[in-house]
Design a protein around this ligand. Sequence first.
Ligand code: ACO
Length: 373
Amino acid sequence: MKANMGLEGIVVTDTILSEVDGEAGRLVLRGLTLEQLAGHRSFEEVLDLLLAGLLEPHGRTREALGPARAAAYALLPAADPTLQALSPIEELRVLLARLPDGVDFDAAMLLIAAPAVYTAALLRRRAGMQPIAPDPSLGHAQDFLRMLRASAVPDEDAAALDQYLVTVADHGLNASTFAGRVVASTQAGLTSAVVAALSALKGPLHGGAPGPVLDMLDAIGLPGNAARWIEQELNRGERLMGFGHRIYRVRDPRADSLKAALRQLTAAAGGPGERLVLAEAVERAALEALRREKPGRRIETNVEFYTALLLEALGIPREAFTCVFAMGRVGGWIGHAREQALTGRLIRPASRYTGPQPHAEPASSANFAEALL
Ligand code: ACO
């Protein structure tokens, strides 16, 4: 029998952090549903919730995260053209990898602060501008937008980004979290776990999808083009970015949370705007086509679809969307890394060897390479 290459349905850990119920479309973070948290609790409060019992002291994120942003900023290296030649998420990976590998509360706060500080700094440098220092007195979402824009941030913008960060803060044993837990199980430290997780997040099948969602909307252009464009993509065997999920067989509750945040933000700006009208037409056409073309697959809108629209509405460049996802998910990664490390158990699963069995006579050096094929 072939091994289960995607590990679907295989339970490899217990966790107190989050539960993803794919049939009910429900996400629970430490006993509270996403609906009870998003729009009601700040990102800092949700970090306190996630990290309770896993890091000491507890309940101090709000006061610690601002100074941690200042500490991360002090460690920002000088501009480096070789880093700017990378994509933003690749540059962020390098900048995070330079941080020391601790396991305590301060190390965790530095790692949670750093993606926001470094993403704002690297985007400004790419636009030919100087990075802006953090303001430790502000909330994390508000300060990120201020560092990016170099101007005061309207409360509704900060609230929308804060709701995004809460919405993506943790999500069961997704690919990046699993990668982070594997590294944490070796007792390598939090930076190593976070860098591994970030590397997994980068891929388009995980956290790299929202930029391509906007590329799709641009290519479609007008609501009337949606059905034909989608049909052509599916006929070519392409996947539609922002749809489908390994666990959710009904609508991803995070998509609803982000759509609500987007509606609130666009209402403050005077109405839904053409982009949202186009997006809703594309979503309808995509779901209709996927139901027709992939019957029985139960493919629905995922978190990345409305992530793309919300982050675009906040003026964040699409090439940095995955960095902003990392800003939100890093707390979850750290919670899982701590939970795993505290078990003291190394993750070391087994593989089944399907290569050739050894020959009785070892290959001579002349036909050695052929013997390997
Ligand atoms: N567009 C078109 N077809 C799709 C899509 C999609 N978005 N998603 C799944 N399918 C099809 C597959 O082609 C496959 O069809 P087949 O059986 O005829 O070959 C079938 O549905 C099942 O696909 P799987 O890959 O087995 O589904 P899985 O649950 O493993 O995939 C995944 C999940 C990787 C997210 C997939 O839905 C996808 O590629 N989506 C697009 C990328 C995306 O939006 N990624 C972000 C995910 S959310 C997150 O990670 C934060």
